[in-house]
Write a protein that binds this ligand. Structure first.
Ligand code: MN
Length: 209
């Protein structure tokens, strides 16, 4: 499957004449380590969008409570459609009435490296681990650091209803830097703006023409 095909579902859900989200170009080709981004999305229900760069797209999960830094806190994550790499730069307001309408800020970003192994402990490609339903990785973000694991607990690859758990691994980075208890007041790691400020600045921009 090419990365263009991988974004078919993402594009099908959006009208790019109306939304300000990126349409997604083909390829990208990571120069160095793959990126991750965690956005806070004030949609109908506020949630975190957890995205890992894999094979030229952002593999994505909606995480209602966001990633925890406590290994005992297992966070439910629903798989969402692959997003284009440029989506990792998106901060702004998706118009009401469009898919996912609401304000988005970039809460954390950085790079990650795969810790994926098979049952015998041999390294396997990260994409393969995700398809198999269990992938571990080390995050180097501004807020999220250390080992995490994603494990599929419901549904199959490509199904509509994939449920996963996102869990902090028990390492020296446990208990530091998890998602805030009040995400509505959190600030962008890039611009230091809150959701409210982003929304206010965008509506001010509209009235200026
Ligand atoms: Mn979202």
């Amino acid at each position: 499957m090419t990365s263009k095909d991988a974004l078919a579902e993402y594009r099908r859900r959006r009208d790019f004449a109306k939304t300000v989200e990126p349409e997604g170009r083909r390829g990208g080709g990571p120069g160095g380590r793959p990126r991750f981004v965690v956005q806070i999305h004030d949609a109908r229900r506020l949630h975190f969008d957890f995205r890992l760069e894999v094979e030229g797209v952002l593999k994505s999960w909606a995480v209602p409570k966001g990633p925890s830094s406590d290994p005992r806190q297992r966070r439910f994550a629903t798989r969402t459609e692959d997003h284009p790499l440029e989506y990792g730069d998106f901060e702004g307001v998706i118009p009401k009435g469009e898919y996912g309408g609401g304000t988005v800020i970039i809460w954390d970003e950085g790079t990650y490296r795969s810790l994926a192994t098979d049952r015998r402990g041999r390294e396997i490609p990260f994409a393969e681990a995700l398809r198999d339903g269990h992938a571990s990785f080390w995050m180097d973000g501004s807020k999220l650091r250390g080992g995490y694991a994603l494990t599929r607990i419901r549904g199959g690859p490509g199904g509509d209803d994939e449920g996963w758990l996102l869990v902090k691994r028990n390492d020296e980075r446990a208990h530091s830097g998890g998602a805030p208890a009040t995400p509505a007041r959190a600030r962008s790691v890039r611009t230091r703006r809150s959701l409210r400020q982003v929304a206010a600045e965008e509506s001010a921009g509209d009235s200026e023409g």
